[in-house]
Every structure is written in C-alpha cells, then in structure tokens.
Design a protein around this ligand. Structure first.
Ligand code: ADP
Ligand code: MG
Length: 303
C-alpha cells in the first residue's frame, strides 16, 4: 500500500502542506480535491519523489520514496505520473510516444500493447499523427496511454481529463478507470471534477489550508458534507441556520413559513436553478420552470 506519514513540505519557508497522513490500499482509487493552490499537484509530485520532503516519509509497499537529494534519477518503475503539463515528444507519432518505453526486442508485443492503449484513450484515428499536431485534449490522452504502457503498480494523475471536451470525457473516464480497476492498479487523482470522484473513487481527500480537512468515501462526504467547501465541490448549496442544504434539497411550495423573493432563473438542462433572496441571503432552489424576478415564493426542506 501507499503510506504517507507526517508529511510537511514548502517550496520556500512557507509550508504548502503540513502534517499530512493517509494510506491507500493496493488497487484503490483515491481522489484529491481542493481549491487551486491548495497543494494537490505538489502532493502528487512528492509522492512521485520529485522533491525532497521537509518532514515525514512516503512508502510504496516496503520501498521508501526518496527525493532528488537521495536519488540520481527521479521516480520508480512501479509508479507513473501524468503531470498537469504533460511532456511528450512533439515530433514523433502518437504510437511512438505511447510505445517509447516498451522493449523493442519484442516488436509484436510492443505493437499489440500500443494498439490496446490507443483504443483505451480512443485515438485510433491518430496513431500515425505527430504529437505536435494534436489538440491539448488529445495530447493529454497520449500522456495517459503512455503512463499505462508498462503497467505501473500505482498511477498518479493530475487533473487527467481537464483538457478533454465533454463529448469524449465520459467514455474516456470510464475506459481509464475501468482499466485501472481491472488491472488492480492503485491510483491517486487530483481533480476539480466531481464526475471523476463520485463514480470511481474509493476514498476522497480534501486539502485546505495545508491540511486534510476531510477524508471519507465520496458518497459519505456527498451525503454529509459538514463543511461548505466540501459541499461546493459537489453542487450548488445553501447554508440555512448553520446547516448545509443542496439546492435539490429545497422545494418551492404553495405555502410555508419560509418566504423568499425570486432574483433570477438559470436553465440547466434538467430544470431551472432559481436564485432567491431570503433574509438578505441568496438561496438556490431547483424548480421545473423559470420564475419571474420579484415573485414571492415559499419553500420547504426535503430532508
Ligand atoms: P494545486 O495543484 O492544488 O492548484 P499546487 O500544488 O500547484 O496547487 O500549488 C500549491 C502552492 O505551491 C501554491 O501556492 C503554488 O503557488 C505553490 N507552488 C507550486 N509549485 C511551485 C514551485 N515550483 N515553486 C514555488 N512555489 C510553487
Ligand atoms: Mg494542480
């Protein structure tokens, strides 16, 4: 398993991460979330051994992960890392990039494996295209495929689908996470996207102010977010009397003790999100039709 123990780190005197502790079992998928600048990428780089820790230790099974001060070459064979800024060979083709680290002594296996990975990231039509001629999202898919070429034991993904358009995102996410699951490859994913987490992560860790402020199964944190920061990752939410309610947990009714004034209606495909003013506070409620500004409405709680 991966064990992160009492980890502290800063690029300067100021800490980016302080006293971080967690473990991941073999084959598990852990999602790391947090606002921009909360240290998600830094944590992945530390797990990869890209920087020396200020304090603490990281282990994969019984191997201690060491930084550049102790390791001539950064990284280990059992671990792959797909950075936010993926670095590919621009003047070579998609298939050459993916197969780069596969042995040329087994040309048939190399070819078969490369084609399998190209299918997983759905780049069949681009196998012979030079990487420099690809879009950002396509490059990101090449980087993911290349990281899987030698089947790591643990994969670190930094916002892996952030450059990929919505047309492709859903199927790609299923392909990649299902592949990792099938091969029992552990995975740590830094992400902004709740869809990377809810359907795929076993555990979810929230970074804020240098620390882990929440860690639990995604559905537990979704059902009971406790903190506005956690709720905001999932959905539009409201704080009423100190309690958190998602917009879908409120309902507009004919009469109740809670009266609000409509400010604006936003179409979202399934319904409308109605922004209302209640006790001088914006309250968001889903509704089956738009409502006109200034209209008085009543709402109630569904939980
Ligand atoms: P996230 O991935 O959650 O957006 P990062 O790990 O990239 O956050 O950054 C965490 C903090 O560390 C930020 O304040 C960022 O400015 C700082 N930081 C990141 N990389 C470097 C670096 N190479 N040198 C100095 N500071 C850095
Ligand atoms: Mg980042």
């Amino acid at each position: 398993m991966l064990k992160v123990k009492d980890l502290s780190f800063g690029y300067t005197k100021n800490h980016v991460l302080k006293d971080i502790n967690f473990t991941i079992n073999i084959g598990e998928n852990l999602a790391i979330i947090g606002e921009s600048g909360s240290g998600k990428s830094t944590l992945l780089k530390l797990i990869f051994g890209e920087h020396d820790l200020e304090q603490g230790q990281i282990f994969w099974k019984s191997t201690e992960i060491l930084g550049p001060k102790y390791n001539l070459v950064v990284g280990y064979d059992f671990m792959k890392y797909v950075a936010q800024e993926f670095d590919l060979m621009p003047y070579t083709t998609v298939e050459d990039n993916i197969g780069k680290h596969l042995s040329r002594f087994y040309p048939e296996e190399k070819e078969k494996r490369t084609q399998e990975l190209i299918r997983i990231v759905e780049l069949d039509n681009f196998a012979k295209t030079k990487v420099k001629n690809l879009s950002g999202g396509q490059k990101q898919r090449v980087a993911i495929a290349r990281s899987l070429a030698k089947e790591p034991e643990i994969l670190l993904l930094d916002e892996p689908f952030s450059h990929i358009d919505n047309f492709k995102k859903q199927s790609l996410r299923r392909n990649v996470f299902n592949y990792l699951r099938a091969k029992n490859i552990s995975c740590v994913v830094a992400t902004h996207d709740k869809n990377d987490v809810l359907g795929f992560a076993d555990e979810m860790l929230v970074l804020h102010n240098k620390s882990i402020i929440a860690k639990d199964k995604p559905h537990s944190l979704y059902k009971n977010p406790k903190l506005p920061l956690v709720a905001s990752f999932f959905e539009e939410f409201n704080v009423i009397d100190g309690k958190i309610y998602y917009a879908h947990e409120l309902k507009i009714v004919n009469n109740s003790e809670l009266k609000a004034t409509v400010k604006q209606s936003y179409y979202n495909g399934n319904s409308w999100l109605i922004e209302t003013l209640f006790n001088e506070q914006s309250i968001f409620i889903y509704h089956n039709k738009p409502l006109t500004e200034g209209k008085k409405i009543y709402f109630t709680f569904l939980k």
